[in-house]
Design a protein around this ligand. Structure first.
Ligand SMILES: Nc1ncnc2c1ncn2[C@@H]1O[C@H](COP(=O)(O)OP(=O)(O)O)[C@@H](O)[C@H]1O
Ligand SMILES: [Mg+2]
Length: 312
């Protein structure tokens, strides 16, 4: 069974803007899933459809095997959503917000769990303040607590760390990782691609309402990310026609620092590395320094979205 199965999801807003187009996506149960895309890609629209604050114009979604639109009450109890926009009633304290939210889900407030949430999200000393006295970062953490108060099996976070400092971000991710280790499915959007790469085992990239790719993180990195061999020489390298021909398979580039050879994809193994190194040494002699740099998720993301943007 999957946490989410999204079929043919589409959303055109009343102003004619199409934010999602025929999106098909599966979120495996127990996964830590990154939904990535540039600004305006449609991420929040998708999440708001799941949260029932935006009505889709096409498609269907099932959550743990149940129809999201026909079985709302059942589904809502099983998911917790942290929206991108923050809105609280300013006259409640954080504790009241969490008690009230529990009530909305038909549960009696679990005070021990609420205490733990405050502790983990570093809100304990602020729990009796009015929410209007909280900083932006604190409100966002309260939003996370609110999404977790009924112990959902699927947690959806839309940019939960926007404007949150590095230390707190790290602790929030640690908490999410712990929940994920207990079997809770986590779906998040973030602009911190390095963090997404480290945390998530599944990744989807959308751009202009279209899904560009969805696959296990490791598989995406192995199939799309390239690595490069850098060789630094004391003097700048100039590539003549014979050099270019001899190194053609490595798409050689020369720069002030030396020579850069493309090694192909990461799953090609080590042989290309040695072959490329030997080929360079044969033409230019041993380098002063050499190293391999692999593309990271950010490189892959920029490449995929740039290509898509160029086509559009
Ligand atoms: N309520 C709305 N009415 C009209 N257009 C909207 C509305 N909300 C979002 N959009 C548009 O839909 C597109 C996708 O937006 P959004 O889902 O917020 O993207 P993301 O979260 O990936 O940045 C954007 O072009 C945005 O301007
Ligand atoms: Mg958004």
């Amino acid at each position: 069974m999957h946490a989410l199965e999204i079929h043919g999801l589409g959303k055109t807003y009343n102003n004619g803007k199409t934010a999602l187009q025929d999106v098909n996506l599966t979120v495996p149960q127990g996964s830590f899933f990154a939904l990535l895309g540039p600004n305006g890609a449609g991420k929040s629209t998708m999440i708001n459809v799941l949260a029932d604050t935006v009505r889709p114009t096409a498609g269907n979604v099932s959550l743990f095997g149940r129809d999201l639109f026909n079985d709302r009450a059942w589904c809502k109890k099983r998911m917790g959503v942290v929206p991108q926009e923050i809105a609280f009633d300013p006259f409640f304290t954080p504790r009241e917000v969490l008690r009230f939210t529990s009530g909305l889900f038909g549960c009696k407030p679990d005070e021990a769990w609420i205490d733990e949430l405050f502790e983990r999200l570093e809100l304990t000393e602020h729990s009796k303040k009015n929410t209007r006295q909280l900083s932006g970062g604190m409100r966002r953490r309260l939003l996370v607590a609110q999404a977790l108060v009924h112990r959902p099996e699927l947690v959806i976070l839309d940019e939960p760390t926007a404007g949150v400092d590095v230390e707190l971000r790290r602790r929030l991710w640690d908490f999410m990782r712990e929940l994920n280790n207990k079997g809770i499915t986590i779906l998040l959007t973030t602009h911190y691609l390095d963090e997404a790469e480290e945390l998530c085992d599944q990744v989807a990239i959308i751009d202009q309402g279209n899904l560009l790719t969805a696959q296990p993180m490791q598989q995406l990195m192995q199939s799309v990310a390239s690595s490069y061999l850098w060789l630094n020489y004391a003097k700048p390298v100039t590539l003549n026609e014979t050099d270019k021909l001899a190194l053609a398979t490595y798409e050689p580039r020369s720069s002030e620092e030396g020579l850069c050879l493309k090694l192909g994809r990461l799953d090609d193994g080590n042989s290309t590395f040695h072959q490329a190194y030997e080929a360079a040494v044969a033409r230019f002699g041993p380098p002063v320094d050499a190293g391999v740099r692999s593309e990271d998720l950010e490189d892959v993301f920029l490449r995929l979205t740039a290509r898509h943007g160029a086509k559009a």
